[in-house]
Ligand binder design. Structure first.
Ligand code: UDX
Length: 438
């Protein structure tokens, strides 16, 4: 099939390359000339395992091309909209400027039988509004909503073999059947017999996405709230999570207490969802998401407080090593990263922060040039009074006292992700502190 993907950011670039990998002829379109040049040269503009390989193989096959011109979408039959919906400045609601602009510039090129497919995470009600616009300008075309559930670090795998697919389709039966047939063909190689497929209305499809993210965020904040109670009672939140996780109704995944969630999705999506509920006159239904957000942000403060506690209340001119800047491992994404936030706060308190990360330093440096970045753990911990682990990269999880004890000025470590073995650190004479466990 001929496919256009409009918006080649995180979601769009992965989607375009993955669709080409599935055998389609794909044109990726973005207004950012530099991004398009990089992608056309087979370079991923961000770190994502597996993406460089499929970019190169798809480009070599001739099935994947890139352009800054919307006119190059004219040949395609399916048009994915994968532009960003960032948090609006000064408000919690989503900024729809990019989605609206993408559709408006696509409209003149739509032909009979084309399908516009929304992938971006949007406030519920958007798909119906955009479908109306498509009907006005290109009545022979249809619109479907097909939310994306990819996780950074696993984005290629999540796109090529999704754990479920959701199609939100038109209330008109004929349009709905035509849209479903096209999407089935798009995903024919990605779907196995067992892949669950939910075909539903626009609003449900939009809500599936934000509800899933709200649920995941709530699960993390739930366990972090329990961590707060564990901290004042001497309980161990990791053992607790294991124990409640054995209940299949609860499940162990996404119950890791720590410095909390960040990234380009969960924080902004729960805020935008709450803001949308307020617009719909149902603010009280999602008021709990404000608490989820507040618990999450408190965990960052908790790490800063622990650093101060270990430094007898004074961080000024004390050397602090920060291990990890990305919002999670296997990503160079620093959007709303708890790790970077903690580093910035410590720097603001006058600490001499040496921060490191395997992939995220260029992004972190661009946003916070005032921080001091170093290449590796050994440089970061040199003469440090406190070491703070904030992103659980594999190389940090496997850290043992012998790796760094000759380098530090004080044997104090804060395990912001609860990934180190407390016993061995304490046995080596370290003051070891974690999140919600003794
Ligand atoms: C998330 C959703 O998982 C994905 O389905 C959606 O499409 C986009 O948003 P992503 O942002 O890539 O994906 O990251 P995810 O793996 O969900 O982690 C989000 C944050 O939660 C990270 O900062 C992570 O460190 C944190 N987290 C996750 C915890 O603090 N504890 C956990 O148990 C799990």
């Amino acid at each position: 099939m001929k496919i256009s993907v409009i918006g080649c950011g995180y979601l769009g670039a992965v989607h375009a390359a993955s669709m080409a990998e599935l055998g389609h002829e794909v044109i990726g379109i973005d207004v950012d000339q530099r991004k398009i040049e990089a992608l056309a040269a087979g370079r991923a503009p961000f770190f994502e395992p597996g993406l460089p390989e499929i970019l190169l193989s798809a480009s070599a096959s001739g099935r994947l091309t890139f352009s800054t011109e919307m006119a190059s979408a004219a040949d395609a039959q399916v048009h994915f909209i994968a532009v960003g919906t960032p948090q609006r400045v000064g408000s919690y609601s989503a900024d729809m400027t990019y989605v609206d602009a993408a559709l408006e510039s696509l409209l003149p090129f739509l032909k009979d039988g084309d399908l516009v497919v929304g992938k971006s995470t949007v406030p519920v009600g958007t798909a119906a509004r955009l479908a109306e616009r498509v009907q006005e300008v290109a009545p022979g075309a249809n619109l479907a909503w097909n939310p994306e559930f990819l996780r950074e670090g696993f984005a290629v795998k999540d796109t090529i073999s999704p754990d479920r697919l959701v199609y939100g389709v038109s209330p008109e039966p004929e349009a709905a059947a035509a849209s479903k047939a096209i999407l089935d063909e798009v995903y024919s190689k990605a779907l196995s017999e067992e892949t669950p497929l939910v075909v539903t209305d626009y609003a449900t499809a939009e809500l599936v996405k934000v509800s899933a993210n709200a649920f995941l965020a709530t699960k993390i904040s739930f366990i972090n709230a329990i961590a707060e109670i564990a901290e004042v009672t001497g309980a161990n939140v990791t053992e607790l999570a294991d124990a409640i996780g054995f209940d299949a109704r609860i499940g162990r995944r996404f119950l890791n207490a720590g410095v909390g969630f960040g990234g380009g999705c969960l924080p902004k999506d729960i805020r935008a969802f709450g803001a949308r509920a307020e617009e719909l006159g149902r603010g009280e239904s999602l008021a709990f998401l404000k608490e989820v957000d507040a618990i999450n942000l408190r965990r960052r403060q908790r790490v800063v407080d622990l650093v101060l506690e270990l430094l007898d209340g004074q961080a000024f001119e004390k050397r602090v090593a920060v291990l990890g800047l990305a919002f999670k491992p296997d990503s160079d994404d620093i959007r709303d990263s708890p790790a970077l936030d903690v580093a910035v706060q410590l720097n603001g308190l006058g600490a001499i922060v040496s921060a490191t990360d395997p992939e995220a330093i260029p992004n972190a440096h661009a946003k916070h040039p005032q921080l001091h970045f170093v290449d590796d753990v050994a440089d970061a911990v040199k003469d440090a009074e406190v070491v703070v682990l904030l992103t659980e990269w594999k190389e940090y999880r496997s850290l043992v006292p012998a790796d760094i004890e000759g380098l530090v000025a004080g044997r104090r470590i804060i395990d912001g992700r609860n990934v180190l073995d407390s016993t061995s650190w304490r046995a080596a004479g370290w003051e070891y502190r974690a999140m919600g466990r003794p």
